[in-house]
Write a new protein. Structure first.
Length: 457
């Protein structure tokens, strides 16, 4: 029941003018609401649920840990779950990254990672190095430093006065760049734009470059050229700039390898994990750095000058350990790599529709970019709210997808994202594509459903 469009509830939701379905349980890739309606969770909530809903052994691991020890401060004590989580993540992280700082959200971890780069240069005797370079479009979180590194104009219009300046360079976004992701590469896709920015700003002032190895919601699963991050690594080394890999969304197996950087063979200076490392069973993230960075703090101040009450939390760490072991035991990252081509092959038929400009991604991460004109790639007017309306139409059909806007020019641009749990089956992928196409028809984006009907479970 609503009053003047405002739901009668004590919960302050992000959406304030609509009543949300009340979900009672989840099972595998499916959600069930209080009315018995089933929804295929095709985006894992917010790219989080990789092992699926209802994994009892993860819940039991958390309950057992809560019974034994609920909380101690990470400033005062260690405990088995944090030691085990650090060992698991150190074994999975690329290269020499082996020191783990657990936190409770991706935004928290990005905030901590960027602060860490600043402290590193201070303790290294180079206090002028404070600038951060980031891509545009980009998204790194909603706390103020993370939001500063993001290129989300609809947020910046509200909070701009509180944000710090970040140097921006164009993202390697093949669908909307000059070279189309094909050699000879433009400066955005080759990495030259990064070198130009560092030289322009002065290498002695640049602390870090931050980027997602595969575009998340900001560029709708856009995959850079394979040698892009190799070039980035060489540029950062040449100018003494720390490379921070934001793998909050695209890591933990989402793109078919534990780290999305693995295909490039590149090792960053800092990597940030989140979302999938606890599968949605607990809010957990982690900053992972090499000993060579941590030793600078140990020799200097003796501490990383960042504290949060729920860092190193025993129950959250237990959830992470149980999830990572579950992923490994059931070979779910390998399953993601195998099911990714199935997802992209089935989604490819959407390219034939009149307003689908591109379908792209890697592993079980895909973006569908919607345009008003396929020939010119012109986006829809923002007031048309195409991504939001399509997402709502999909929900009415029992499909959960994720919308994003503003990637085309900072204001315009409509995407829907698909990122199902790694346990997704081929028949469930068919349901995703059929229902998404039916939602496009319901939204007026096409006049015909090519599959001939709406698939059901």
């Amino acid at each position: 029941m609503t009053t003047h469009g405002f739901p009668e509830t004590h919960v302050l939701f992000r959406k304030l003018t609509s009543r949300l379905p009340v979900i009672e349980r989840g099972e595998g890739c499916w959600l069930y609401d209080a009315d018995g309606t089933a929804y295929l969770d095709a985006c894992g909530g917010a790219y989080v649920v990789n092992v699926g809903h209802g994994v009892a052994e993860i819940a039991e691991a958390m309950a057992e840990q809560a019974r034994r020890l609920a909380y101690v401060s990470g400033m005062a004590f260690s405990h088995d779950p944090v030691e085990q989580l650090a060992a698991e993540l150190a074994a999975l992280a690329p290269g020499d990254l082996d020191k783990v700082y657990p936190l409770s959200s991706g935004s928290d971890a990005i905030e901590a990672a960027l602060k860490l780069t600043r402290q590193y240069w201070l303790e290294s005797g180079r206090p002028r190095k404070h600038k951060v370079i980031a891509l545009s479009p980009a998204y790194h979180g909603n706390t103020l430093l993370a939001l500063s590194a993001s290129a989300r104009e609809h947020y910046r219009r509200i909070y701009g006065e509180w944000l710090v300046d970040v140097v921006r360079i164009p993202a390697p976004y093949a669908y909307r760049c000059g070279c189309g992701g094909v050699p000879p590469y433009c400066p955005a896709c080759s990495g030259q734009a990064l070198e130009e920015a560092i030289v322009r700003e002065g290498p002695e002032t640049v602390a870090a470059f931050i980027a997602e190895p595969v575009g998340g919601s900001s560029t709708g699963g856009s995959v850079p050229p394979l040698d892009y991050f190799s070039n980035v690594r060489h540029i950062c080394d040449r100018h003494d700039v720390l490379f921070v890999a934001d793998e909050v969304l695209v890591g933990a197996g989402r793109t078919g390898t534990w780290s999305a950087l693995e295909p490039s063979g590149v090792v960053p200076d800092v990597i940030v994990f989140g979302k999938g490392i606890a599968g949605g069973y607990a809010p957990l993230s982690a900053v992972v750095v090499p000993t060579r960075l941590a030793e600078v703090f140990a020799r200097g101040s003796g501490a990383f000058n960042h504290a949060q009450t729920f860092s190193h939390h025993p129950v959250l760490c237990a959830a992470g350990v149980a999830t990572i072991r579950y992923l490994r035991r059931h070979q779910l990252v390998e399953r993601c790599a195998a099911m990714g081509p199935v997802l992209h092959r089935q989604l490819a038929r959407l390219r034939e529709l009149p307003h689908v400009g591109d379908v792209r991604g890697r592993g079980l991460l895909a973006g569908v970019e919607l345009v008003e004109d396929k020939d010119t790639r012109a986006p829809f007017p923002r007031e048309a709210r195409v991504a939001e309306r399509l997402t709502a139409a999909a929900l009415d059909l029992g499909l959960v997808v994720w919308p994003n806007v503003g990637h085309a020019d900072g204001t315009r641009g409509d995407l829907v994202m698909v990122a199902p749990p790694f346990i997704i089956t081929e028949s469930e992928i068919a349901i995703i594509v059929d229902r998404l196409e039916a939602a496009m028809m319901a939204t007026g984006l096409t006049t015909k459903v090519s599959s001939g009907g709406l698939a059901t479970r």
